[in-house]
Write a protein that binds this ligand. Structure first.
Ligand code: IMP
Length: 196
């Protein structure tokens, strides 16, 4: 029987990426699949803290093994902002386009466009909490390019490539991204430890 894990997200883009990266060995349930419709508090001031809050919430309230992902765009010239505040950078509406525009506005006149995505995955199972980090370095571009992906993808070019994540599409993104990186560490851990 397939191992079952909840992925504490309602973001369909993330869900698809993670299902594709983890492959067939796991049955991944979303928050919607388990009937969790309430907003899970994300009140920590680090990616690690928020990832743990989400996974612990599901484990405590639904008694299901769970992992969650918290991701931030860290821009060097902005002292690593927006970081943990990436979703609400331009306001509570969590508007991705407004967030991208705000980042680009704040970079106007600066020379250094280097940035990275950092994902932290928290896994909470019976008696175990583990964190897995994934990073992809790259740089931002002044104008949006591409239509695939989500969030900051249209303005981020990963190191070693000429296309933005939104131009390259999810198949290639899923082999090199911050999330792929972190999920592959999670997969290795699950394969070796079989905690579910
Ligand atoms: P969260 O991890 O869902 O809180 O995401 C934080 C912010 O980063 C949101 O604005 C997302 O749209 C954005 N984000 C998360 N993952 C990615 C990604 O893989 N590419 C581009 N933007 C992302």
């Amino acid at each position: 029987m397939k191992k079952q894990l909840v992925f504490a997200t309602n973001n369909n883009h993330k869900l698809e990426e993670v299902r594709e990266i983890l492959g067939d060995a796991f049955r991944i349930l979303s928050l919607k699949d388990i009937g969790c419709t309430e907003e899970i508090p994300e009140t920590a001031d680090t990616l690690e803290g928020n990832a743990l809050l989400k996974a612990r919430y599901v484990k405590t309230n639904y008694r299901l093994d769970c992992f969650s992902d918290d991701t931030g765009l860290e821009v060097t010239a902005l002292n690593n902002a927006p970081g943990v505040y990436s979703a609400r950078y331009a306001g509570e509406a969590k508007d991705s386009k407004a967030n991208r525009q705000k980042v680009l506005r704040e970079l106007e006149g600066k020379k250094d466009y280097s940035a990275r995505f950092r994902t932290v995955i928290a896994l909470v199972t019976d008696g175990q909490e583990r964190l897995f980090e994934g990073i992809v370095n790259g740089c931002l571009v002044r104008e949006e390019r591409g239509t695939a992906g989500f969030g900051y993808d249209p303005i981020f070019v990963p190191e070693g490539f000429g296309e933005t994540f939104a131009e390259m599409g999810t198949v290639l993104k899923n082999t090199i991204s911050h999330r792929a990186n972190a999920i592959n560490k999670l997969k290795l851990f699950l394969d070796e430890n079989d905690p579910v």
